[in-house]
Every structure is written in structure tokens, then in C-alpha cells.
Design a protein around this ligand. Structure first.
Ligand SMILES: Nc1ncnc2c1ncn2[C@@H]1O[C@H](COP(=O)(O)OP(=O)(O)OP(=O)(O)O)[C@@H](O)[C@H]1O
Length: 241
């Protein structure tokens, strides 16, 4: 059984039509790349349930969730920013991932502290998000996402605001959290940095004009043998740090 199946899913914004067919295996890490406007965010929004497709089926863990809201789907999402409640400490933010109640039980807080220690933030568990750096905030968001143990993790350019060295650190952290997870989630990661996939993702999907044009191992796709991918890589090279 696949973790994710998008079957003939269509969606049209005012000027652009999309159609996606995609399978992601349990525990597989898929990076989604492609030019601006290709449909990467739309694909993720359909997967997470923020957009409802016009036709087709979204199946997660074998269950048809096409009409289900984001909260009803077995997914955690980490965005580029605004993942955390600004008035709550890091440990409370993480604990809310497993115990969404106002009066957090001590057991949930203890698990949250443990999760923060595993991402190197044990000493900062009591800080508010505003008292953490951008990279630290994303560590908190990742700690929460992995603690929830949802079968699917959607990453929407989570490290776009970070410099290349920090991005690499974060990708390494995901590698480690995957290995340590009782059941590693399937990951779909939208990124504007194709190089992020190398050494981390299992597969890369290249999107253009609302279609998945090519899907393969990072080495295959990023070799640039496909002319459309080569054109995209050529265009991004100038901006790739
Ligand atoms: N709310 C909207 N209303 C109308 N058109 C939209 C809307 N959101 C996206 N689009 C259009 O749909 C297409 C795909 O947009 P999408 O945001 O999915 O692309 P993307 O690959 O994520 O782009 P980027 O890399 O710039 O974030 C684009 O042509 C965009 O202009």
C-alpha cells in the first residue's frame, strides 16, 4: 500500500490547469522541484487538504481523503515560517502536537522536552519562538512534526529562509530523525534548491506547467539529461548559493 496516491487529480487556478498522478511509498522522501508557477504549492495544498481537487482521488494510507479537511488527514506540515504559537514556549508548542489541550499533561511536556533535546534544543525548551533563531524555530517545528508520528510529513520550503550551511544541517537532522523514528514518515518536500535533494531525498519529481514531467532518483533527474530540467537547472544556478 502506498502512503500517498494522487490519481488523475485536476485543479485549475484562473489561468493554469494542473493534473497530477503520483504515488509515494511508506517512508519514501520525495523532493518536488520546478520553476516558479509550475504548481508545487498547489500539489502540496491538494495533498494536505487546503485545496480540494476538481476531479480525481487523493488516497492516503489506502484511504480516500479527497473530501477530508487538513485536520482529518494523517499528515504533519512544516511551512517556511509561522509554524509555532508565538506566545507559547518551545516545549508547549511541541507538546501541543501530541496533546492539543489547554492544560497540557506533564507526560506530554516531558515527551516534548525529550524531543527538543534530540534536536539539540534541550537547554532552550522554555524559550518563546521570538527568542529563538530562524533555524532553531524550524528545529522546534521538526521536533513537533516527528513526535506526532503521522505517516506523512509535508515540507513546504521549510528551510528557504536559512543559509546554505544551516539548510544542510536541517536536511541532516531530518535524515537522523527518520532513522530514529519508530516508523519513518513518507516525506514530500517542496524546495527551490534542487541540490537539497542530493544525498537526502530518495526521489525527485520535476514539475512544469502543472504536470510532473519527470520523476526519478536525484542523480538521474538532476543530471540534466532531460532538456526541460537542464533549462530549469541552468536558470536556478545563478541563484543557488
Ligand atoms: N490563489 C490563486 N489564484 C489564481 N492563481 C493562482 C493562485 N495560486 C496559484 N495560482 C497560479 O497557479 C500556478 C501554480 O502556482 P503554485 O503556487 O502552485 O506554483 P509554485 O510552483 O509553487 O510556484 P513558486 O515556486 O513561485 O512558489 C501559477 O500560475 C499561479 O499564478
Amino acid at each position: 500500500m502506498n502512503a500517498i496516491e494522487l490519481d488523475a487529480v485536476t485543479f485549475a487556478h484562473e489561468t493554469s490547469g494542473m493534473r497530477f498522478d503520483l504515488n509515494v511509498a511508506p517512508g519514501e522522501w520525495l523532493a518536488v522541484i520546478g520553476p516558479s508557477g509550475a504548481g508545487k504549492s498547489t500539489l502540496l495544498d491538494i495533498l494536505t487538504g487546503f485545496l480540494k481537487p476538481e476531479s480525481g482521488t487523493v488516497r492516503l494510507e489506502g484511504r480516500d481523503v479527497t473530501d477530508r479537511s487538513p485536520a482529518e488527514r494523517p499528515i504533519s506540515v512544516v511551512f517556511q515560517d509561522d509554524n509555532l504559537f508565538p506566545h507559547l514556549s518551545a516545549e508547549r508548542n511541541v507538546a501541543l502536537g501530541i496533546s492539543p489541550t489547554w492544560r497540557l499533561p506533564e507526560a506530554a511536556l516531558a515527551r516534548a522536552r525529550d524531543a527538543l533535546a534530540r534536536v539539540g534544543l534541550g537547554a532552550l525548551a522554555g524559550r518563546l519562538p521570538g527568542e529563538l533563531s530562524g533555524g532553531e524555530r524550524q528545529r522546534v517545528a521538526l521536533a513537533r512534526a516527528f513526535l506526532r508520528e503521522r505517516p506523512i510529513l509535508a515540507l513546504d520550503e521549510p528551510f528557504a529562509a536559512l543559509g546554505p550551511a544551516l539548510r544542510k544541517e536541517m536536511l541532516d537532522l531530518i535524515d537522523r530523525l527518520r532513522v530514529e523514528a519508530p516508523r519513518p514518515p513518507a516525506i514530500v518536500m517542496v524546495t527551490h534548491h534542487p541540490g537539497d535533494a542530493l544525498g537526502h531525498a530518495d526521489r525527485v519529481a520535476f514539475l512544469e506547467a502543472g504536470r510532473i514531467v519527470l520523476s526519478g532518483t536525484p542523480d538521474e533527474v538532476l543530471s540534466g539529461r532531460h532538456p526541460r530540467v537542464a533549462a530549469y537547472l541552468g536558470a536556478t544556478r545563478g541563484s543557488e548559493p
